[in-house]
Design a protein around this ligand. Structure first.
Ligand code: MLT
Length: 204
Protein backbone atom coordinates (compact mmCIF):
# COMPACT_ATOMS: atom_id res chain seq x y z
CA UNK A 1 0.00 0.00 0.00
CA UNK A 2 1.38 3.40 -0.94
CA UNK A 3 0.09 6.44 0.90
CA UNK A 4 1.20 9.89 1.94
CA UNK A 5 0.82 10.72 5.63
CA UNK A 6 3.16 13.69 5.82
CA UNK A 7 4.96 15.17 2.88
CA UNK A 8 7.40 12.24 2.78
CA UNK A 9 6.78 10.04 -0.24
CA UNK A 10 6.86 6.55 1.18
CA UNK A 11 5.81 2.92 0.88
CA UNK A 12 4.13 1.02 3.68
CA UNK A 13 3.83 -2.75 3.41
CA UNK A 14 1.87 -4.25 6.31
CA UNK A 15 3.39 -7.30 7.95
CA UNK A 16 1.86 -10.70 8.68
CA UNK A 17 3.87 -11.46 11.84
CA UNK A 18 2.93 -9.14 14.71
CA UNK A 19 5.77 -10.53 16.86
CA UNK A 20 8.26 -8.76 14.60
CA UNK A 21 8.93 -5.04 15.06
CA UNK A 22 8.34 -2.97 11.93
CA UNK A 23 11.40 -1.94 9.93
CA UNK A 24 12.01 1.68 8.98
CA UNK A 25 13.97 1.39 5.71
CA UNK A 26 16.28 4.31 4.94
CA UNK A 27 17.93 4.25 1.51
CA UNK A 28 21.34 5.56 0.42
CA UNK A 29 22.16 8.61 -1.73
CA UNK A 30 20.42 8.39 -5.11
CA UNK A 31 18.07 5.66 -3.93
CA UNK A 32 14.38 5.80 -3.19
CA UNK A 33 11.65 4.23 -1.09
CA UNK A 34 11.69 1.00 -3.13
CA UNK A 35 15.43 0.23 -2.84
CA UNK A 36 15.54 -1.62 0.46
CA UNK A 37 12.15 -3.40 0.25
CA UNK A 38 13.67 -6.69 -1.04
CA UNK A 39 16.44 -6.54 1.58
CA UNK A 40 13.89 -5.80 4.32
CA UNK A 41 11.71 -8.72 3.24
CA UNK A 42 14.74 -11.02 3.18
CA UNK A 43 15.99 -10.12 6.67
CA UNK A 44 12.62 -9.82 8.43
CA UNK A 45 9.99 -12.00 6.73
CA UNK A 46 6.54 -11.02 7.93
CA UNK A 47 7.57 -7.63 9.38
CA UNK A 48 5.80 -4.42 8.39
CA UNK A 49 8.01 -2.26 6.20
CA UNK A 50 7.88 1.55 6.30
CA UNK A 51 10.11 3.15 3.71
CA UNK A 52 10.27 6.93 3.17
CA UNK A 53 12.14 8.72 0.39
CA UNK A 54 14.73 11.30 1.48
CA UNK A 55 13.50 14.86 0.83
CA UNK A 56 16.84 16.50 -0.02
CA UNK A 57 17.94 16.47 -3.65
CA UNK A 58 21.63 16.46 -4.59
CA UNK A 59 21.25 17.01 -8.31
CA UNK A 60 18.64 14.36 -9.08
CA UNK A 61 19.66 12.14 -6.16
CA UNK A 62 17.41 11.89 -3.11
CA UNK A 63 19.12 12.00 0.30
CA UNK A 64 17.97 12.40 3.88
CA UNK A 65 20.06 15.53 4.63
CA UNK A 66 22.42 17.96 2.92
CA UNK A 67 26.16 17.49 2.79
CA UNK A 68 28.85 20.04 2.01
CA UNK A 69 31.20 17.44 0.48
CA UNK A 70 31.52 13.65 0.63
CA UNK A 71 31.63 12.78 4.31
CA UNK A 72 31.24 16.45 5.36
CA UNK A 73 27.73 17.03 6.62
CA UNK A 74 25.60 20.16 6.99
CA UNK A 75 24.87 19.47 10.65
CA UNK A 76 22.18 22.16 10.98
CA UNK A 77 20.29 20.59 8.08
CA UNK A 78 20.92 17.10 9.48
CA UNK A 79 19.44 18.18 12.82
CA UNK A 80 16.34 19.72 11.22
CA UNK A 81 15.83 16.71 8.92
CA UNK A 82 16.18 14.32 11.85
CA UNK A 83 13.31 16.05 13.68
CA UNK A 84 11.26 16.12 10.45
CA UNK A 85 11.80 12.37 9.98
CA UNK A 86 10.78 11.77 13.60
CA UNK A 87 7.52 13.64 12.93
CA UNK A 88 6.94 11.40 9.91
CA UNK A 89 7.57 8.27 11.98
CA UNK A 90 5.07 9.44 14.62
CA UNK A 91 2.37 10.21 12.06
CA UNK A 92 2.97 6.91 10.24
CA UNK A 93 2.91 4.94 13.51
CA UNK A 94 -0.50 6.39 14.37
CA UNK A 95 -1.85 5.88 10.89
CA UNK A 96 -0.64 2.31 10.47
CA UNK A 97 -0.89 1.38 14.19
CA UNK A 98 2.73 0.41 14.61
CA UNK A 99 5.04 0.02 17.59
CA UNK A 100 8.38 1.84 17.46
CA UNK A 101 10.32 0.57 14.43
CA UNK A 102 13.85 -0.76 14.12
CA UNK A 103 15.68 1.42 11.60
CA UNK A 104 17.51 -0.34 8.79
CA UNK A 105 19.62 2.27 7.03
CA UNK A 106 22.19 2.05 4.28
CA UNK A 107 24.91 4.69 3.82
CA UNK A 108 23.17 8.10 3.92
CA UNK A 109 20.14 6.33 5.41
CA UNK A 110 22.34 4.73 8.07
CA UNK A 111 23.78 8.14 8.90
CA UNK A 112 20.37 9.70 9.52
CA UNK A 113 19.39 6.60 11.52
CA UNK A 114 22.46 7.23 13.72
CA UNK A 115 21.34 10.84 14.06
CA UNK A 116 17.81 9.68 15.05
CA UNK A 117 19.37 7.54 17.78
CA UNK A 118 21.39 10.46 19.11
CA UNK A 119 18.78 13.23 18.83
CA UNK A 120 15.41 11.44 19.05
CA UNK A 121 16.04 8.01 20.59
CA UNK A 122 12.35 7.60 21.38
CA UNK A 123 11.66 7.30 17.63
CA UNK A 124 13.36 3.90 17.31
CA UNK A 125 13.39 0.52 19.06
CA UNK A 126 16.87 -0.17 17.69
CA UNK A 127 18.88 0.16 14.49
CA UNK A 128 20.84 -1.69 11.85
CA UNK A 129 23.42 0.70 10.40
CA UNK A 130 24.91 -0.53 7.12
CA UNK A 131 28.03 1.44 6.05
CA UNK A 132 27.41 4.19 8.60
CA UNK A 133 29.69 6.95 9.81
CA UNK A 134 29.58 9.40 12.72
CA UNK A 135 26.97 11.97 11.71
CA UNK A 136 28.15 14.72 14.08
CA UNK A 137 31.69 16.04 14.62
CA UNK A 138 30.81 16.44 18.30
CA UNK A 139 28.06 13.95 19.07
CA UNK A 140 25.16 15.11 21.26
CA UNK A 141 24.70 13.32 24.59
CA UNK A 142 21.97 10.69 24.33
CA UNK A 143 20.37 8.11 26.61
CA UNK A 144 20.15 4.84 24.67
CA UNK A 145 19.84 2.36 27.52
CA UNK A 146 18.17 -0.83 26.32
CA UNK A 147 18.52 -0.16 22.59
CA UNK A 148 20.33 -2.66 20.38
CA UNK A 149 22.38 -1.45 17.44
CA UNK A 150 24.10 -3.48 14.72
CA UNK A 151 26.80 -1.71 12.67
CA UNK A 152 28.16 -3.46 9.58
CA UNK A 153 31.14 -1.83 7.88
CA UNK A 154 33.18 -2.74 4.79
CA UNK A 155 36.95 -3.17 5.20
CA UNK A 156 37.37 -2.01 1.58
CA UNK A 157 34.84 0.86 1.77
CA UNK A 158 36.39 3.82 -0.10
CA UNK A 159 33.83 6.27 1.38
CA UNK A 160 33.95 5.49 5.10
CA UNK A 161 37.25 5.30 7.00
CA UNK A 162 37.25 2.31 9.40
CA UNK A 163 38.05 4.53 12.38
CA UNK A 164 34.98 6.66 11.75
CA UNK A 165 32.48 3.78 12.05
CA UNK A 166 34.33 2.56 15.15
CA UNK A 167 33.97 6.04 16.67
CA UNK A 168 30.20 5.91 16.01
CA UNK A 169 30.07 2.53 17.74
CA UNK A 170 31.85 3.94 20.81
CA UNK A 171 29.55 6.99 20.90
CA UNK A 172 26.43 4.80 20.88
CA UNK A 173 27.90 2.42 23.45
CA UNK A 174 28.82 5.29 25.77
CA UNK A 175 25.21 6.45 25.46
CA UNK A 176 24.10 3.06 26.81
CA UNK A 177 23.24 1.13 23.63
CA UNK A 178 24.19 -2.53 23.17
CA UNK A 179 26.31 -2.29 20.05
CA UNK A 180 27.53 -5.08 17.82
CA UNK A 181 30.02 -3.81 15.20
CA UNK A 182 31.37 -6.11 12.50
CA UNK A 183 33.66 -5.27 9.59
CA UNK A 184 33.13 -7.41 6.49
CA UNK A 185 35.69 -8.06 3.72
CA UNK A 186 33.72 -5.94 1.26
CA UNK A 187 33.30 -2.40 -0.05
CA UNK A 188 30.52 0.19 0.28
CA UNK A 189 27.89 -1.98 -1.42
CA UNK A 190 25.80 -4.54 0.42
CA UNK A 191 26.69 -8.23 0.29
CA UNK A 192 24.99 -11.51 1.15
CA UNK A 193 26.90 -11.43 4.45
CA UNK A 194 25.10 -8.17 5.34
CA UNK A 195 21.75 -9.87 4.80
CA UNK A 196 22.73 -13.00 6.79
CA UNK A 197 24.14 -11.05 9.76
CA UNK A 198 21.20 -8.63 9.80
CA UNK A 199 18.71 -11.48 9.76
CA UNK A 200 20.51 -13.31 12.60
CA UNK A 201 20.70 -10.09 14.64
CA UNK A 202 17.00 -9.34 14.12
CA UNK A 203 16.08 -12.91 15.07
CA UNK A 204 18.14 -12.85 18.29
C1 MLT B 1 26.60 10.56 3.35
O1 MLT B 1 26.68 11.56 2.66
O2 MLT B 1 25.67 10.32 4.11
C2 MLT B 1 27.73 9.60 3.24
O3 MLT B 1 28.83 10.20 2.65
C3 MLT B 1 27.36 8.37 2.53
C4 MLT B 1 26.80 8.66 1.18
O4 MLT B 1 25.63 8.89 1.07
O5 MLT B 1 27.55 8.62 0.18
Amino acid sequence: MDAVTTDFIHVFQPGTDPSRPPLLLLHGTGGDERDLLPFGRMVAPGASLLSPRGRVLEGAMPRFFRRLAEGVFDEADLTARTHELTDFIEVARRRYELPAPVALGFSNGANIAASLLLLRPEALAGAVLLRAMSPFATPPKAALGGKRVLILSGALDPIIPAGNAARLGRTLEEAGATVEHKTLPTGHGLSQADANLTREWLDA
